[in-house]
Design a protein around this ligand. Structure first.
Ligand SMILES: CC(=O)SCCNC(=O)CCNC(=O)[C@H](O)C(C)(C)COP(=O)(O)OP(=O)(O)OC[C@H]1O[C@@H](n2cnc3c(N)ncnc32)[C@H](O)[C@@H]1OP(=O)(O)O
Ligand SMILES: O=C(O)CCC(=O)C(=O)O
Ligand SMILES: [Zn+2]
Length: 481
């Protein structure tokens, strides 16, 4: 088995050491070469924007709608600066009509001089638009519900009113030299003819983008593809998309929207937002780096992802989930023996994303009954201990035996490897794990007795003894020389 090989990442930077996933019981393995040629390249379709999408980052708007979110100005500035360093194209802020503090925060963020364009998100009303254009934002994201649910039970306006107001607001915002997007809320439960008719009308008066929103998270990727593709044939302007995650499709829907010709995707850090939130920035990056690594690396500073997630998680007082895309504590941890062996030889066997791209580390978990001798050999290498293959196998069997009677830790496993090695080299019989409880020692004894009666075990013992003798002979010869 090859020892872990150090990778030279495509971007020429040092390997993943700064984004430690924080494992107490796993060995870090240096990244190995990964020229990411995905067998699942995006469909080579002239409509697809998978290789030229833009991100509208809405942690400071949709994210403020997350149940736990409370961002004071200092927090907003930290988040805005971090997102700007990451390289998002737009930062969307809460409506300045929401409160006096929201309005002054909006002005303050506009004055930071960030590279990202600053948008604010307002209702489709002249009153909101008039407040928004005075804040210094680059553009307005205007929204109004078009489904019958929202027309009847939210704002109570019909489609004619919506269209007329939309046209009035767009004309006003454009006259102020601002970018303007018009979006239908709850698009996937809206009448298709209503939708296409209003999008076509706003496109004709020069709106910069239209937006489709899956406000209740009901849409499937196929429905998204169909609607965006249809809309692509109706409007010439850009198409923004916004997906809630109630039924688990937010990332897949964003991807399908791009395949169908959408140009912009809304995200928030960790997906925070109303209810269970929207397309998460990190999960979206995970999807897109698999689709077009060069585009993602050329545009976004993805090594900042973990810092941004930690910042936001801290501010909204949540933990980053264990299975989070990229940064979850086990996102790059390989445990089963079969996986570990292959990963140690070549990480592409079981990884489609290189942790090093995100400044993260890969781990091989070897303290369990499902580990294998290749992983144990790799760990022994890290401990500076060398044995024969037969000894690694025997040592692995001891680890499995112990793991069958109790949940073993990294320290336990290291102790077994060290003591096993010591016994081989010095021909001693040290207990492999000295601090077993009486009960555990008794169980181990029973297991030992069972194993002794297995013929393969006797065979293995003979091999190990032969190895030891061979080594002893060699040692004698080299001492004599
Ligand atoms: C799907 C989304 O997430 S859209 C973004 C939602 N974001 C927010 O709501 C955050 C900011 N919101 C707020 O601070 C407040 O809701 C405000 C300032 C906008 C309005 O506050 P209030 O005047 O107290 O009204 P309230 O919040 O109770 O109800 C919403 C009002 O907006 C109207 N409304 C709702 N959607 C729209 C719309 N898209 N365009 C125009 N008016 C709308 C409703 O009819 C209702 O008006 P009413 O006072 O005549 O009943
Ligand atoms: O403005 C938009 O496009 C989306 C608004 C929103 O948050 C939603 O509909 O869920
Ligand atoms: Zn939303």
């Amino acid at each position: 088995m090859c020892p872990p090989v150090e990778e030279t990442p495509a971007n020429g930077q040092a390997n993943g050491t700064n984004g430690d996933n924080g494992h107490p019981g796993y060995s870090a393995v240096r990244s190995t070469p990964t020229k990411h040629v995905s067998p699942y390249q995006p469909v080579g379709d002239f409509l697809s924007n998978v290789s030229r999408f833009k991100i509208i980052e809405s942690t400071l708007r949709e994210g403020e709608q997350f149940a736990n979110a409370y961002f004071d100005l200092d927090a907003k500035i930290k988040i805005a600066k971090a997102l700007d360093e990451f390289g998002v194209d737009y930062i969307e802020l809460t409506s300045p009509a929401a409160s006096e503090q929201s309005r002054s925060d909006c002005e303050a963020i506009c004055k930071l001089g960030l590279k990202a364009k600053i948008l604010t998100h307002v209702r489709c009303s002249m009153a909101d638009a008039k407040i928004a254009v005075e804040t210094g934002v680059d553009g307005l994201d205007v929204v109004i519900g078009t489904s019958s649910y929202l027309r009847e039970h939210s704002h109570g306006k019909d489609m004619t009113y919506i269209k007329n107001t939309a046209l009035e607001v767009i004309e006003f915002v454009k006259s102020k030299g601002k970018e303007i997007r018009f979006s239908s809320e709850d698009s996937f439960r809206s009448d298709l003819v209503d939708l296409l008719s209003i999008y076509s009308a706003v496109d004709k008066v020069g709106v910069n983008r239209v937006g489709i929103a899956d406000t209740v998270g009901c849409a499937s990727p196929r429905q998204v593809y169909d609607l965006v593709r249809t809309l692509r044939g109706v409007v010439g302007c850009d198409i923004e998309t916004h997906f809630h995650n109630d039924s688990g499709c937010a990332i897949a829907n964003a991807y399908c929207a791009l395949e169908a010709g959408a140009t912009h995707v809304d995200t928030s850090v960790l997906g925070i937002g109303e209810r269970n939130g929207i397309t998460p920035l990190g999960g979206f990056m995970a999807r897109m780096i698999v689709a077009d690594r060069d585009y993602v690396l050329s545009k976004y500073n993805i090594k900042k992802l973990k810092d941004i997630e930690d910042l936001v998680a801290d501010l909204v007082e949540v933990n980053v989930p264990f299975n989070n895309y990229i940064t979850g504590f086990c996102a790059f941890t390989h445990k089963a023996g079969i996986h570990a062996k292959a990963i140690l030889n070549n990480p592409s066997t079981y990884e489609i994303i290189s942790p090093a791209d995100f400044g993260m580390s890969r781990y091989v978990h070897f303290a369990s009954r499902i580990t294998g001798w290749n992983a144990i050999k790799s760990r022994a290498d890290q401990l500076g201990l060398t044995m024969t293959d037969a000894e690694y196998k025997e040592c692995t069997a001891e680890i499995k035996k112990m793991a069958d009677i109790k949940k073993i830790t990294l320290d336990d496993t290291d102790a077994i490897i060290r003591n096993f090695h010591h016994n081989q080299v010095h021909n001693t019989n040290k207990p492999l794990l000295p601090d077993l409880t009486k009960d555990e020692a008794e169980k181990l004894n029973q297991v030992d007795q069972k194993i002794e009666s297995v013929p393969e075990k006797r065979q293995l013992d003979a091999t190990v003894e032969a190895d030891a003798e061979d080594r002893a002979n060699k040692k004698t010869r080299s001492t004599a020389a």
